[in-house]
Design a protein around this ligand. Structure first.
Ligand code: KG4
Ligand code: ZN
Length: 340
């Protein structure tokens, strides 16, 4: 087989998005995501509903990915899937599907770590995008994770800082809930923040030593602040929503950038990448770009569609592992708490 002609089908089902992508030699041919709307009315992801929706979505999503890529499944060289971390019921749907397909087609099965995929998404072949050079620091910011990772090579990654409580995406989502916004609130806070004054209200940043993060105190501070203001003026939220969103976002970005500055200083590494759902945030993208001038960083910001959960990022890891001949056995098990 020519190493120049490799087709990977990737499946991602770790949380509430059912996704499939087809990659050819590191380039994305199709990237399909079915987002589950059912969770909005509950204000968060309901695991049992998520796995049921994955079961309904997975066949049409995979079909669509193959159709959009204009390839037949007989052309595939391997099936990559998210093994973990994530919700067990959701992971099981993607894992079982990937195993059966790989078995049926008699091609290799490749297990992928979801958070490594958020980082390695930077290595998808894209015109006008420069790939990070090793070593670099990657800050993974999502609804389930907040980590700073030292990346020495594709599969040599060390977590050098992480949250001790809530993830940064949860800080956005929980703040949104306090303000009566829908789930997930991150994108809405981002949209409103661009219309508001970031210095309108001050929230104290948590004091956590070293490179670790904490967001639960900030959420409580926001809750008490809002309760106090609403008591004095029942229309406080409606009258100040954009300013409140801008101030919350400004505080969260400040926390993230402070830790990145410290990580860069401690490691002497100035190449910095971000990944995960929160890296879609316009404020963090701008703050990172500003770091190039301010702190001499070289920054890597993913294409928008590779930030929130997607299968393109699973495909690139599948491709890189395929090149190394690093395959999974048929008895590989989904793992909700897989470590990097
Ligand atoms: O990576 P992701 O899609 O799923 C997880 O693995 O968690 O991240 C989802 C998280 C949610 O918390 C959502 O509110 C947040 O990413 N998010 C944002 C933005 N877009 C998505 N947070 C802030 N600003 C955004 N533009
Ligand atoms: Zn994710």
């Amino acid at each position: 087989m020519s190493s120049q002609n490799i087709y990977i089908l990737a499946i991602e089902s770790s949380c509430d998005d059912t996704a499939a992508a087809v990659m050819h030699n590191g380039k994305i041919l199709s990237n399909v995501v079915a987002s589950q709307k059912i969770h909005e009315e509950y204000g968060g992801v309901v695991p049992e509903l998520a796995s049921r929706a994955h079961q309904q979505n997975i066949v049409p999503v995979v079909d669509q990915a193959l159709k959009k890529a204009h390839i037949d499944k007989s052309q595939l060289n391997a099936i990559a899937f998210t093994r973990g971390p994530g919700l067990m019921g959701s992971l099981l749907v993607g894992t079982s599907f990937a195993k059966s397909l790989a078995y049926g087609l008699d091609i290799p099965l490749i297990d992928v770590h979801h958070m490594q995929a958020h980082i390695l998404a930077h290595f998808i072949e894209e015109a006008d995008f420069v790939k990070p050079s090793f070593p670099f620091l990657a800050m993974t910011i999502s609804g389930g994770h907040t980590q700073i990772v030292k990346v020495s090579s594709y599969f040599d990654m060390d977590v050098i800082g992480e949250t001790i409580d809530d993830a940064v995406g949860e800080a956005f989502d929980k703040s949104g809930k306090i303000l009566g916004l829908g789930y997930p609130a991150g994108p809405e806070i981002d949209r409103r923040a661009q219309l508001g004054n970031p210095k309108a209200f001050q929230f104290t940043k948590p004091k956590v030593d070293g490179l670790n993060f904490s967001f639960s105190g900030l959420k409580t501070a926001i809750l008490y602040f809002i309760q106090k203001k609403v008591k004095a003026n029942p229309n406080f939220i409606a009258e100040n929503l954009n300013d409140i969103c801008a101030s919350i976002q400004y505080t969260i970005i400040g926390i993230l950038i402070d830790k990145l500055k410290l990580a860069s200083k401690q490691t002497g590494i100035h190449h910095i990448a971000i990944g995960g759902g929160v890296s879609a945030n316009s404020g963090i993208r701008q703050a990172l770009k500003n770091g190039e001038q301010k702190f001499g960083w070289t920054t890597y910001i993913p294409k928008f569609e590779y930030t929130t959960d997607n299968a393109a990022m699973i495909a690139i890891v599948g491709y890189l592992k395929f090149l190394e001949g690093n395959y999974a056995e048929q008895n590989v098990m989904a793992s909700a708490r897989l470590k990097i």
